[in-house]
Each structure stands twice: as C-alpha cells, then as structure tokens.
Design a protein around this ligand. Sequence first.
Ligand SMILES: *Cc1c(COP(=O)(O)O)cnc(C)c1O
Length: 477
Amino acid sequence: MDTGTLLSKLNKLNTLSSALEISESERSRFVEQLSAYANRFISELPEKKIFHNKKPESLAISNSKKSFIELLDLYHKEVTETGINAASGNHLGYIPAGGIFASALADFLAAVTNPYAGVYYASPGAAEIENEVLNWLKSIFSFPQNSVGNLTSGGSVSTLIAFTAARDKFQIKNEKIRNSVVYISPQVHHSTQKALRIIGLEDIVLRSVPLDAHHRMRADALNALIEKDIAGGLHPFLLVGTAGTTDTGAMDPLDELADTAERHHLWFHVDAAYGGFFILTSKKELFRGIERADSLIVDPHKGMFIPYGLGAVLIKDRTAVLHSNQYVANYMQDAVTDDLIQSPSNVSPELTKHFRGLRLWLPLQLHGVEPFAACLEEKLLLVKYFRNEAGKLGFLFGPEPDLSISYFWYPFESDADEKNRMLMDEIHDDGEIYFSSSVIDEKFVIRIAVLSFRTKKETIDKAVQMIQRCLKKVQTR
Ligand SMILES: *Cc1c(COP(=O)(O)O)cnc(C)c1O
C-alpha cells in the first residue's frame, strides 16, 4: 500500500471511529438524562410493583441505531419491569440486594478513568484502594494484616479461591481425593458443592453434620464424625462453617468449630457471604471464633448494600494462595514488584479486572461506617418487628433467628403445606412486597430476609397488611 492510499484510508477510518469519543456537550447531555432517569427510578421505587411476571421482548442488538433516551426507555421497560425489582426495599425474598448510589458514582468514575487494578505496577493507586478495602475487612474480622485478600465478583468466586488454596496447602490430588473428607452443614450454601466440583474435588467425601434446633451445626456431632472418619482411615481435610445461613439466617458456633478444626488439623473455612457484616452490630458476640478461620468469604453486595458484583475472600496462608494463582509471564516482566500480594492478579484467577474496590472504598470514605452499622442493626429489629406483627395474625415462626432471616407458615387445620403454597402464590400475584419460599424440615415455609437498605418499618407494615389480605383469600376459597 502506498503512503497516499494508506493516509486516505486512515482518514476515512478516523472519521468513522471518532464516533466512540463523544463530544463534551453530548457527554453532559447523556449524564443529565441518566441522572434524571436515576432520580425518577429511585423516587418511584416504594410504590412500584416488586415483581413482574414477564419476559423481555426486544433486547436483541440490531443494525438500526438508537438514541440514548430510547435506550433508557427500553432498559426501563425490559430490564427494570421484568422479574424482581432487586433495588426495591420491598424485596424480602432470597437475599435482598442493595445498590447504594455512592457505589454507582464510584463505578462511573472507575469506568471513565479505567485504571488497571489487577497489577500494582500498572496502577499503584487502584491496587492500593483494592488493598485498603481488604485491610479494612481484615480489621473488622480480626484477621492478621499479613493475610491475603481479594475482591471478587461475589461469594461463589471467593469460595473457589479459598478452596483452591486449601486444596493446594493439603495437596489434595490424585488418589488422595477419594480419601479426604469435607464437613458441611445441611444448610450450607450450594456454592460450596459447586466450588468443590469445579476445582476437581467432585470425588471427595462429603459429610453433612447434624444441626441443633436453631439450624446451627453441632460441634459435638462434628467431632464424632471426624473421629469415626479417622478411625476408618480417611483424612479429614476441610470444615465449612457458615456465619449466617441463606435459608435460616443461622450462625454456626464458630469458636467451637475452630476448636474442633484445630484439634484435628482441618482447614477451617467460614462462609460469611450473607451474614458477615452483622459483626458491626450488637450481634458481634456470635462471631467469636471467626478470626480463627483459615479462610473467610463475605459479600459486600449483600451486607454493605453495594450493587451486585462485589465479594471478598480473606486467607491466612499466603503460600497456598500464591501457589495456585501467581504466574510471571514474559511479557509482564516489568510488572513484578517486591510484595507479590500487592497485585490482585497474584491472588486471584483474574488478571485484567473490574476496579471493584472503588465501589466500597468511596462509600466508606463518603459516609463513614456508622450508617452501614445502623442500617444492619435496623434490619435485625425489623425482622423481630415482623415476627411480632405477623404473629398477631396467627402465623407460626421458625426459631428466633440469629440474624435477619426467618421463616413462617400459617397453621391451617388441614393440608397446611398445600395452603401455605397457595398463600405464597397469592403473595406473588399481589406483587406489593416480595417473599420467597423454602422447604425446612420437610415443611413448606415462607421466608423473610431483610437486608435491603431501603427496607423500613413502613415496608414491614405494608408486608403484614398484604399477608393478611392474601391469607383471607386463601381462607375463603
Ligand atoms: C449468597 C451466598 C453465597 C454465594 O454468593 P454469591 O455472591 O451469590 O456468589 C454463598 N454463601 C452464602 C451463605 C450466601 O448467602
């Protein structure tokens, strides 16, 4: 290609590709439109239906271009008005979400500036923010400052990193897999089994430890199982305790579990994905022993009300973590720094990553910790309040919950399971407040999980009225 042709091609391509760098006036206009939309969305939340039993229809990418306003409209209709509105405080099902605005601003800032957070050398500032968030987490869980941490996309990936470190420390490979044992609760989150499968431990022996009446793992039963396995020639390897079970909100007795793990030299992992941040509340005492864990996961996108996509893992054994994750590629030789764990990419399967630390660092710097702790304390009391008020309507409840999840059912005289299921359907049809259901001790139950920062006393009052209205419908059928 001669220089003339080359230059004319470049000219043409430049004109076309320049569309990606939009002008300052357009940027301002889009941000204003987005801001107006966000304000409307948030102010309408309390009155909006929480659940739309509807599927999206027109999200396919087409050749015809759309304006930003059209796209906002489309998003509104096809995304925010299908399924569960997870940003709403009326969400009391599954594990409710958050979505604090300060995190949205942080995401915007991170996306515009786009620093390379995976490698310290490339962006010491961004890597440092990731690490400062981890340092803060280490301090609230009393983990040593020299432990390793990583900010992940969520609890499931955090679990993968923790279990991989455990696997590599204990060298669970080849024939050792079938003889090694993992101890879990029947209430363990399914991401545990999934992680074991993904990291090649599908054939490991899984033991389900019996629970007490509060759905907490029984340390005595655990000890008995371990001793039996040792006598049988097996190798107890990993103990998974849960600080706040997803279904029942129960706290396993962490300190006793830590004793047992220590006695038998197991890797002690604590899943605090849902419950972890309640350590900032009056429930702190229930977390005694968490600091003795070998690894810990916690989800800021649950208990810190951050938008989806922020989990964390803390691990004490840095050698084990580096063994699975650290690698020096030739093309990255300039980027090796002295302290390996300064770079998130050395302790995670990710290399290039979303600069997700900013979504927690910025809100903490803007608001301080206090409003977060107060909000969690409020959630604990709201569940109590719900139990009192729905109790007055004749509902029965599971045990007094350790945290902000509980379950209940109506004692219909006959076909209780069937009728509670009908009640659940009525509640979903009503759509004002969202609850989900579960099966606990073979009984159909309705769950309440309070964790949205937008759930308030008024929400619970509305929920109780709605349940009463739905109950009447089932009773008069
Ligand atoms: C939500 C949850 C997980 C999984 O975390 P994700 O962030 O959804 O991947 C694991 N354990 C518990 C107890 C949870 O509540």
